[in-house]
Design a protein around this ligand. Structure first.
Ligand SMILES: Cc1cc2nc3c(=O)[nH]c(=O)nc-3n(C[C@H](O)[C@H](O)[C@H](O)COP(=O)(O)OP(=O)(O)OC[C@H]3O[C@@H](n4cnc5c(N)ncnc54)[C@H](O)[C@@H]3O)c2cc1C
Length: 384
């Protein structure tokens, strides 16, 4: 077992950290008052190869391994957790397009996603189905060389500002469950697509909203893969994005701990720096322990992916445990700042609000635990 990064990984990690320190971290809190991803920042990330570097070079990626991609997500989210959404969605959707879109369609859209010129959403959840996504209802009806989409997607990250959405629709009957679902690439500026935006607790520049499809017509070349295979396609991708989400949560946790160590070393009470008290240093020491465990779990999951070994259970572990642990550690960091920690001028409250979203988004804790149970003992452990 070798925990060392390669010289290339170290170089790329350092470059990403320097970008995040200079260009992302200073504006993280100001951007909380905005409702859109600054396109110039997306393009800067794209120019540095930070959005979807795991994709093949001919599609605008760098052909990097999954672990290196994870290192880059961790670094970006140290500066701005929300800008890392572009990496998660770019990598997940980019991988679906690279594998399942017609080559000319992939060649047209994927490089723009990698460059940060095009924002792409993933539209799976509906008003009636979230965890139980296999029973989605949005309909795609075949008409000649087109598909006509009708229905609603909801709770979609970037819904109000994305240019494209990988959209999952029912082409078969309801009775077919997951086997009747097909994925489509949908440009969101076509007639028949309308959007709304929610008011959320956090991740304001990402935003969530609904996408309404009313006789929205797309050519059949925008179908991704075979009819009825859409659900399997997205589920394969989730194993990757779940480990990346874990590392997205590692970033703000690490900087929160660093800032809190520094604060408690300078702050004095009862004649000594408060870090002198075990009631202060021990929660931080525990936080460091959990942080290291989170990071290693995510790295191991990506390492398994790079070796083409099964990693579904590990990915689900990353997804339920990292956002929850990040939330708990950042919460402690707020408490250890005393009254100052409660103020909006510190970044802690924003980090807390931001990471909380991913305790739900991309699958809840309960669903992740069902996946882990299923991986251990089979379908007997899941409701159907
Ligand atoms: C910040 C954020 C970003 C999101 N981004 C996207 C996106 O980009 N694209 C997209 O498609 N969706 C997105 N979502 C939606 C998200 O994936 C769903 O909210 C999530 O899958 C849960 O579905 P639900 O909200 O319908 O909850 P429900 O499925 O209604 O569940 C409600 C509660 O019941 C629990 N529950 C349900 N079934 C079981 C069971 N069998 N056993 C135990 N407990 C169970 C759940 O864990 C949850 O606590 C996002 C959500 C958030 C909060």
């Amino acid at each position: 077992m070798d925990f060392a990064l390669t010289p290339d990984q170290e170089r790329i990690q350092l470059a990403a950290r320097s970008f995040a320190e200079k260009s992302l971290r200073p504006g993280y809190q100001d951007r909380d008052r905005s409702s859109e991803i600054p396109r110039y920042l997306a393009e800067e990330m794209g120019a540095l190869g930070l959005i979807a570097p795991g994709l093949p070079e001919e599609l605008g990626g760098l052909g990097l391994d999954a672990l290196t991609m994870g290192l880059l997500v961790e670094e970006v989210s140290r500066g701005d957790f929300n800008m890392a959404y572009l990496q998660i969605l770019g990598a997940l959707n980019g991988q679906i397009l690279a594998r399942h879109a017609r080559p000319d369609v992939a060649a047209e859209f994927v490089p723009k996603i990698c460059r940060g010129e095009t924002l792409i959403a993933l539209a799976l959840t509906e008003p009636g189905t979230g965890s139980d996504a296999a029973h989605l209802a949005l309909k795609a009806r075949r008409e000649g060389n087109d598909y006509v989409l009708n229905g609603e997607k909801t709770s979609i990250s970037l819904a109000h500002q994305a240019d494209l959405a990988v959209t999952f629709a029912r082409t078969g009957s309801e009775g077919e469950g997951a086997h009747g679902i097909t994925a489509f690439l949908v440009p969101l500026d076509i007639p028949g697509v309308h959007r709304t935006r929610f008011e959320d607790v956090g991740s304001n520049i990402v935003g969530r909203g609904s996408l309404f499809f009313e006789d929205a017509r797309i050519p059949d070349v925008f179908r991704l893969g075979e009819e009825g295979r859409g659900f399997t396609q997205v589920m394969q991708g989730f194993d990757f994005s779940r480990a990346l989400i874990g590392l997205q949560c590692v970033g703000p946790t690490a900087v929160s701990l660093e800032e809190t160590w520094s604060y408690v070393t300078g702050r004095k009470a009862f004649g000594s720096p408060v870090v002198n008290f075990e009631g202060v240093s021990f929660p931080l020491a525990e936080g460091e322990t959990l942080l290291e465990a989170m990071r290693l779990l995510c790295y191991k999951t990506l390492w398994l992916k790079d070796r083409d070994e099964p990693h579904t259970a590990e990915a689900a572990m990353c997804k339920w445990w990292a956002p929850k642990t990040a939330f708990d550690i950042i919460h402690n960091c707020i408490l250890l700042h005393g009254h100052g920690g409660y103020g909006k001028e510190t970044p802690f409250q924003q980090r807390l609000r931001d990471v909380m979203g991913l305790q739900i988004g991309d699958g809840t804790e309960q669903i992740m635990k069902l996946i882990i149970a299923r991986e251990r003992v089979g379908r007997v452990a899941v409701p159907y």
